[in-house]
Design a protein around this ligand. Structure first.
Ligand code: GDP
Ligand code: MN
Length: 378
């Protein structure tokens, strides 16, 4: 789950990272009032869940509250990379001397979190990583020991931070690390951390990604989810506890178990088809969950055929079949459906579905071949 800049910075602040004074506004009038409160120059920042807002014109300075209202009106009317701007952050403008990049993410290959920093902050860090990777330092953090003081000092030295800032920098680096760990984040990033003309360190931008699988123990973070910016199918899937990822192919897949879902997708590709989604209905899915899954699959207009590949263990095949029938009753699908049911109560399940004129298959290969053919109108 992505957090907005204003949400990420609020979290950073709790961990002692200095951020500019400011608040979020949904209307230009509110933006003006906040600018009035802050008294002076402000920066108006679109709150959309994409990077590079600055380059897209979604970050602008205003010299007073009147201009703040004008700028907010313009930004609130924008779309950035396809996302409508519904909120702006009005922050006290910083007088920037230098922009630094700081970020923590998981390095899967190293099986450790990695702290990254660069003196070439502000611009898109992906570009720096591509063109001048030697400008980025990467320091792996032992998850049991946490960020050590000497590591923070190594980072400060690498980015040529003047000594006067090292103590404060140590606090900020540690705060970012704590925020990352305690929020179960997969990314915590400050780009840029700036040195101001009056010689302070300030986190001007903030970004966090939270591990969806950890949200159950962070109700405060879970509440921050912005449903506006999420595909409706994904919202629906989460409501029913389904793992769903939309893809670009034509064969909708309903499968129980992540491994079986991956295998089904592979075998579809092997026989020349393209999966339209990854969908794991999980163990023990009842009829209502199956019906929701089918609705979600069929809401994708690219879907030309559906493959059900169910291994009945805890999930009983007859229960799945009843769910499929209930969903078909409701959504009246026009695309062909191929079913492979194996395991607990498979016979009953298959019988129920054969009666409903679905194409049945015995093996996974057979099911994949039949669904590929069906998706191509054969
Ligand atoms: P992003 O483009 O989505 O990463 O948004 P940022 O919040 O990082 O802003 C982009 C750029 O705008 C920054 O790198 C700064 O150069 C500039 N910027 C942001 N806030 C301020 C500010 O308060 N004062 C000044 N002078 N520039 C700012
Ligand atoms: Mn930024």
């Amino acid at each position: 789950m992505k957090l907005h800049e204003y949400q990420s910075k609020k979290i950073f602040e709790k961990y002692g990272v200095p951020i500019p004074k400011g608040r979020v506004a949904a209307t230009a009038g509110e933006a003006r009032a906040i600018a009035d409160e802050l008294g002076g120059r402000v920066v108006i920042k679109s709150q959309v869940l994409v990077g590079g807002r600055g380059k897209a014109g979604g970050i602008r300075l205003a010299k007073d509250s009147e201009e703040a209202e004008e700028v907010a009106t313009a930004i609130l009317g924008m779309e950035i990379k396809g996302l409508p701007v519904r909120k702006v952050l009005v922050d006290e403008a910083a007088n920037i001397d230098k922009e630094i990049y700081l970020g923590i993410t998981n390095d899967r290959a190293a099986r450790k979190p990695v702290f990254m920093a660069s003196a070439a902050g502000g611009v898109e860090i992906e570009e720096v990583a591509r063109e001048t990777p030697e400008k980025i330092i990467k320091v792996h953090i032992d998850p049991l020991l946490g960020l050590r003081d000497y590591q923070a000092r190594d980072i400060a030295a690498f980015i040529d931070l003047p000594r006067d800032y090292w103590r404060e920098f140590g606090k900020i680096a540690n705060g970012l690390w704590q925020a990352y760990v305690e929020s179960d984040a997969t990314l915590a990033e400050i780009n840029p951390l700036v040195i101001t003309k009056d010689k302070r360190l300030l986190a001007v931008d903030g970004k966090m990604l939270i591990d969806d699988n950890a949200l159950f123990r962070h109700s405060d973070l879970a509440e921050m989810r912005d449903l506006d910016t999420e595909a409706p199918a994904e919202t629906e899937a989460r409501k029913y506890g389904l793992s769903y990822i939309k893809l670009d192919g034509t064969i909708g897949c309903m499968v129980n178990g992540a491994g079986l879902a991956m295998t089904s997708m592979d075998v579809i590709k092997l026989f020349g088809g393209e999966p339209a989604n990854f969908l794991d209905i999980g163990g023990g899915a009842g009829a209502d969950k199956v019906a929701a899954a089918l609705r979600i699959i069929l809401s994708d207009s690219n879907v030309k055929a559906v493959l059900f590949n169910i291994f009945g263990g805890i999930t009983r095949c007859d229960e799945v079949a009843r769910g499929v029938l209930a969903a078909m009753d409701e959504v009246k699908p026009k695309v062909p459906m191929v079913v492979r049911l194996v395991g607990t109560n498979a016979e009953e399940g298959r019988q129920l579905l054969a009666d409903a004129k679905m194409i049945t298959a015995e093996t996974l290969a057979d099911a994949a071949k039949k669904s590929v053919a069906a998706s191509k109108g054969a």
